[in-house]
Design a protein around this ligand. Sequence first.
Ligand SMILES: CC(C)(COP(=O)(O)OP(=O)(O)OC[C@H]1O[C@@H](n2cnc3c(N)ncnc32)[C@H](O)[C@@H]1OP(=O)(O)O)[C@@H](O)C(=O)NCCC(=O)NCCS
Length: 166
Amino acid sequence: MSRAGCRKERDDDAGAIRAVLEAAFGGTTEADLVEALRADGDLVLGWVYEDAAEVLGYVAYSRVEVFRDARTAVAAVGLAPLAVVPDLQGEGIGSFLVISSLGLLKQENESLVFVLGDPAYYSRFNFAVVDGYVSRYAGPYFQALRLSPDAPDAGRVKYAKAFDKL
Ligand SMILES: CC(C)(COP(=O)(O)OP(=O)(O)OC[C@H]1O[C@@H](n2cnc3c(N)ncnc32)[C@H](O)[C@@H]1OP(=O)(O)O)[C@@H](O)C(=O)NCCC(=O)NCCS
């Protein structure tokens, strides 16, 4: 029986998640970001890939608000960060993390996901640039994936406050 798979993060994963993020990114910025999101209550989903009880990959989704006008906000999520330990990159773990977590988010009635990343990678999960979203991240790397036809296709996108410190 395989012991590898994805699951939601648990409280006692925090140190292993930090280690994965530091190894993948070569610094502490992303690990600090995740801990700030968690502390602020803005982490919607922390999703780990583990094998033999060892955390080897991670993806986080945090709360994002899309303002259709000054008052009306629709809830969305932002994918960041995504990481796989360097030794195991290129083996499909990142894709597995993204595909399985998107499936879960859809089940949990999330309707819209944003990501800031390489379109060459995220287009394989159907993320695409959408011109209607206004964001400080807007540009060729800022992409969205609508999980529901009801999701807004325009509006001002506000990330959780931990992103303001980046
Ligand atoms: C990006 C990352 C999570 C992908 O995970 P992975 O398990 O290596 O990815 P997969 O095995 O599912 O997919 C590998 C494919 O993605 C491509 N790929 C990986 N990183 C990429 C990137 N930054 N930009 C474009 N393509 C990328 C590989 O070239 C490979 O392409 P192929 O399928 O055509 O051969 C992983 O490489 C990583 O942790 N990188 C360092 C941290 C990072 O840059 N995270 C992204 C933040 S948005």
